[in-house]
Design a binder for this molecule. Structure first.
Ligand code: SF4
Length: 189
C-alpha cells in the first residue's frame, strides 16, 4: 500500500463514534519519507477545523522548537496523532477509540519506517514508549524498541501552561538534533 492509498482509506474511516462528529480528519502533516516521526495525542478544536495537527498557539510553539534544530513540519519530519478525529468538547479519547485508531498510526509507522519517534506529551509517551513513562523524569531520553529510537518530551500546550519547563524542552530538541546527526549520519539543513 502507498502512503496516498493509506491516507485515502483513513479519510473515509468511521470505525468509532468520533468519525460522526469530526469536521476534518487529521491524518498528519509533513514528509512521509522523513526519518523522524512526531506523535501527539489527538486533534483539538483548531486542528479539527484546519485538518492539521498542532496548529494554534501550541503549534506555533512547536514550530519554534523545530526551527531551533533545523526541523520543519513541511520538509524533514512527519507529525501525526494517536487519534485522528477530535473528541467532542476536547474530552479525552476513550480507550476503545484509541485502540481502533492506533491501527492507522501503526500503518503509518510501517510505511514510513522512521528511525526516531518523538512523543509529544504524556499520553503519547505512555502509549508509544511505556505505560509508566513520566515526562518530568524521563523527557529527552532515548529508548529503543523494534529498531526505532523513541523519545518523549513535553506537550507544547503543557509548556504554554508551565513556561518554566521550556528550557528542558529545548534541551530535548537539541538532544534530538544530536541523535539525528549520530544515527542518520548527517544534520538536516
Ligand atoms: S478516530 Fe480514528 S478510528 Fe475513529 S473514526 Fe476517526 S480515524 Fe476512524
Amino acid at each position: 500500500m502507498t502512503w496516498q492509498e493509506l491516507e485515502t482509506q483513513c479519510r473515509g474511516c468511521l470505525q468509532c463514534e468520533l468519525g460522526q462528529t469530526r469536521t476534518n480528519l487529521v491524518f498528519g502533516v509533513g514528509n512521509p519519507e522523513a526519518e523522524v516521526l512526531f506523535i501527539g495525542e489527538g486533534p483539538g478544536e483548531q486542528e479539527d477545523l484546519k485538518g492539521e495537527p498542532f496548529v494554534g498557539r501550541s503549534g506555533q510553539l512547536l514550530d519554534q522548537y523545530l526551527a531551533a534544530v533545523d526541523l520543519d513540519r513541511r520538509k524533514n519530519i512527519y507529525i501525526a496523532n494517536m487519534v485522528k478525529c477530535r473528541p467532542p468538547g476536547n474530552r479525552d479519547p476513550k480507550p476503545e477509540e484509541q485502540d481502533r485508531c492506533m491501527v492507522w498510526l501503526k500503518q503509518q509507522v510501517a510505511l514510513m519506517q522512521p528511525k526516531i519517534i518523538v512523543c509529544l506529551g504524556r499520553i503519547s509517551a505512555q502509549r508509544i514508549i511505556s505505560p509508566e513513562f513520566r515526562v518530568t523524569k524521563e523527557h529527552g531520553q532515548f529508548f529503543e524498541a523494534n529498531g526505532i529510537l523513541r523519545m518523549g518530551t513535553f506537550h507544547p500546550a503543557a509548556l504554554l501552561r508551565n513556561p518554566r519547563q521550556k528550557p528542558d524542552a529545548l534541551e530535548d530538541f537539541l538532544a534530538l538534533q544530536r541523535k539525528i546527526g549520530e544515527i542518520c549520519g548527517r544534520t538536516y539543513e
